[in-house]
Structure formats: C-alpha cells, structure tokens
Design a protein around this ligand. Structure first.
Ligand SMILES: Cc1cc2nc3c(=O)[nH]c(=O)nc-3n(C[C@H](O)[C@H](O)[C@H](O)COP(=O)(O)OP(=O)(O)OC[C@H]3O[C@@H](n4cnc5c(N)ncnc54)[C@H](O)[C@@H]3O)c2cc1C
Length: 407
C-alpha cells in the first residue's frame, strides 16, 4: 500500500533577498520567536536560517524536563509563565506536545540542605509556584523505588516537591513550532548557515548566508551553544559564556516504576521514565570548556553507579543510547536576552545552558514582542548583557538542575 506523507511545514522555494526579520538558529528559541512574530505581530516575511536541520542543537538532545525551580524574583515569574504556557500552546498549535505533568522531586541529602531548601520552597511559594518540602518517609511514599537507607553515599533526607513540573516531548515542540510558524508564512531554510551580519550606520542592514545575502533590519541570534562565537564574530561582542559538553542517556524500556522526575545534586544525576518506559537520565557537564558533542564512557559508569544506589531496582538494566550536546553557561546561570545595543536591530538570546528547553515558548513570545515593537518587555529586562559589567549578577547558581546545597 502507498502512503503519501504530508509535510508538517512548507519547504520554502528559495531564499528571498529581503525579509522583515531573520532568525539565526532553527532551535527551540528561534522557532518560537518566529512563530510568535508571525502569529501575534502579523509579520509575514520572517526567515529562520538553520545551518543543519531544525532541532539539530540542544532542541533535539535535551532531557525534556520542564519546571519552575529557579529561585530569584527575576527568574521565577518567567519560568512560571513558561510552565503555564504548555497546555495553551498545545491547543493553539493543534499539535500534541505530550506534556506529562508528573511533577518533580528534587532530592535533599543533608540537614543543612533541608534548611536551605526551606528557603527555596518559601521563595517559590511567594511567587505563586507550588512547591513543598517533604521528609524522607514522604518521599518514599511518593516514589517507592527510591532507596532511603542511611548507609549509602548520599542518604536521602527529604525532597523539594514541585507538582506543576514534568516532561514535554522535545521533538514535538520543534515540529509543532515549525508547523505553526510555517502556517503563518514563516520561511524555514535548513542547510543554510549564517556567516555574517552587515551593519550600516549603527544598524543591521542584512545577513550573509552560504545560500546568498538577505537585506533585513532585524536579526535575532539564537544559535544555542554556537551563539557566543557568532555574536563575537558578527557583532564584535565578547560574552561571558563558557561552552561545555553535557551528556544524557536512556535505558532499555521497563515496566512503570518511576512516577516523577527525580533529581539529585549530590549524585549529579536526574531521571524520569519516558512514556515508552525507558529511564532517561542526565549527567553533569564536562568540567572544561569545549565544543565536543561526543559522549564518553566515564559518564556511563557514573550514571550506572549513581542510579544503582538511588534506585537499586535499576541495577543490571542496560543503557540503550547515549548522546551529548552543548551547554552555554553564563557566570550567574541565567540567560542573556538583549537587543538594539550596541547595534540597532540586532537581538541576542543565549546563555541557556542546560535549562533553555523549559522556557523556549514563553521567551519566544516575549522576544517576538521585543523585536516587533523595539521595546524590551518588562519580564525580559533583568536579563540584559550589561548586568555583567555593572556587577549585578543574579543569584541563580544554587537553583539550577545539577547543583544543590549538598555540593
Ligand atoms: C543533554 C542535554 C540535556 C538538556 N536537558 C534539558 C532539560 O531537561 N530541560 C531544559 O530546560 N533544558 C535542557 N537542556 C538545554 C536546552 O536543550 C537548551 O538550553 C536549548 O536547546 C537552547 O535552545 P536554543 O534554541 O537557544 O538552541 P538550540 O536548540 O541549540 O538551537 C540552535 C540552533 O542554531 C543552529 N546554528 C548554529 N550556528 C548557526 C549558524 N551560523 N547559522 C544558522 N544556524 C546555526 C544550530 O544548528 C541549532 O540547530 C539540555 C541540553 C542538553 C544538551
């Protein structure tokens, strides 16, 4: 029998010589910004320029965890809005993004860490984000497979429980946003590398690509791990970003055994069970800057040992796939979103490290408003680049995934 496949998004015929806006990077943030530029601001002539294929970067490599676990008043409102947006976006795109609202358990491994976690929970609650502190017995009740024995390397004293979080299927987000953007007229050009930005009289005049030059007055650089290099080469700005490799892997499929996303800063491990039954698990980053997307045996051993101790029923289970991606880390573990400074019409969105999946849709929405109107939306203002030269870093280093007060 012959099946005709229908493309989710339209392949544009050719690269036009002029667009109203050009987005460099067909990842999560680039596609989301293009989608909202077209849908909410009526911009029809928008191009997404992707050097490989859409989803090639962190978009297709992340572990798909969503939550609002940041702890500063600048970050929490953004991540809360991001969580609230997934069901809305699913309906709007008419595309199943597979939001599994299973909740997150962030394990706590000492009494000192329990005290620090109390502050995190209170801050989250203050900002309207549901979060609770559980003791070890309550954690065991919620996640019976966890080992709460006291004779392990990092005994579990409790957990921060965050019910609104969970997992969203990352590929579906890429495909859904591409479908939505294309339906509103956005051109998605794959296999098209941006090589330069031309500037005239202090303003963006065009983008150079391997497929030809484009005239445009607005460009967004959202190229994930490659952003800092591109921004340096094309706009002459040096960003305080280190690019590090981060790895993840999945096991063979198993019967249901894990009810939540479970993470442990002390073990440097986080895990959730996918709808297919695999245990998807993420590791820590390489400690040195590099652009490698190769994986290393060291992490397989580390994940096996850590998971085997935290979840003894996983001992002997096989890893099936293992991969790596890039994390672009800023000193305060918060992203950089800025525009019109020092070049008018040039916008940047980067520094998302290993936490840029959960925020992509909401950031796309606000970056689109920024690009369309020229005014930075209130919620994005704290993330400007000049905070580093002003020594006004955000206090996020203790809140992101792989760090906990136990470290
Ligand atoms: C292993 C791993 C696990 C992660 N887990 C999570 C998680 O659980 N939750 C979470 O929130 N985040 C997670 N992340 C982080 C998240 O994936 C990233 O923060 C996110 O993908 C950043 O989105 P982006 O659109 O900025 O960049 P990307 O998705 O990386 O897209 C950038 C795109 O730009 C393209 N590009 C680069 N240079 C050029 C050029 N010159 N011209 C044209 N195109 C170019 C690239 O090919 C790429 O497709 C994880 C990341 C990794 C690697």
């Amino acid at each position: 029998m012959f099946f005709r496949t229908r493309r989710l998004w339209k392949k544009p015929d050719r690269l036009r010589s002029r667009y109203d806006a050009v987005i460099i990077g067909g990842g999560l943030h680039g596609l989301a910004t293009a989608y909202y530029l077209a849908r909410e601001h009526g911009m029809r002539d928008v191009a997404v320029i992707e050097k490989n294929y859409i989803g090639f970067g962190g978009a297709g490599r992340n572990t798909a965890i969503v939550r609002a676990n940041q702890r500063t008043s600048e970050n929490l409102p953004l991540y809360k809005e991001a969580l609230d947006l997934w069901p809305v976006l699913t309906r709007e795109l008419n595309f199943n993004l597979m939001f599994n609202n299973c909740g997150n358990l962030n394990l706590v491994h000492s009494e000192a860490a329990m005290k620090a976690s109390r502050l995190n929970v209170a801050t989250a609650q203050f900002h309207g984000v549901e979060s609770h502190l559980l003791d070890a017995a309550q954690v065991k009740e919620m996640e019976p497979a966890l080992n709460i024995a006291e004779d392990i390397a990092f005994p579990i004293h409790g957990a921060m429980y965050h019910p609104p979080g969970g997992v969203v299927r990352h590929d579906a987000v890429v495909w859904g946003l591409a479908k939505g953007a294309s339906a509103h007229g956005v051109h998605i050009h794959q296999q098209t590398e941006a090589t330069g930005i031309s500037v005239e009289n202090g303003a963006v005049a065009g983008v150079e690509t391997r497929a030809g030059n484009i005239r445009t007055g607005r460009v967004l650089i959202s190229a994930g791990g490659y952003s800092a290099d591109i921004i340096h080469r094309m706009l002459g700005l040096t960003l305080p970003i280190s690019v590090l490799t981060i790895q993840a892997m999945v096991t063979q499929p198993l019967k249901p055994l894990l009810n939540h996303v479970v993470s442990s800063g002390a073990y440097h491990v986080y895990a959730n069970q996918t709808l297919k039954g695999e245990i998807a698990t993420g590791a820590h980053m390489d400690p040195w800057p590099n652009y490698t997307t190769r994986n290393s045996a060291h992490y397989i051993k580390h994940q096996a040992e850590a998971l085997g101790e935290m979840l003894p029923c996983l001992r002997g289970v096989r890893f099936m796939r293992h991969w790596a991606g890039l994390a672009d880390m800023t000193p305060d573990m918060a992203p950089i979103m800025d525009g019109n400074d020092p070049v008018r019409g040039a916008y940047i969105n980067c520094g998302w490290g290993y936490f840029g999946f959960k925020s992509c849709a909401v950031v796309g929405k606000h970056m689109a408003a920024f690009m369309a109107g020229g005014e930075c939306p209130e919620i994005l203002r704290p993330f400007h680049l000049r905070r580093y030269e002003q020594h006004r870093l955000m206090g996020e280093t203790a809140a992101v995934v792989n760090y906990s007060p136990d470290n």
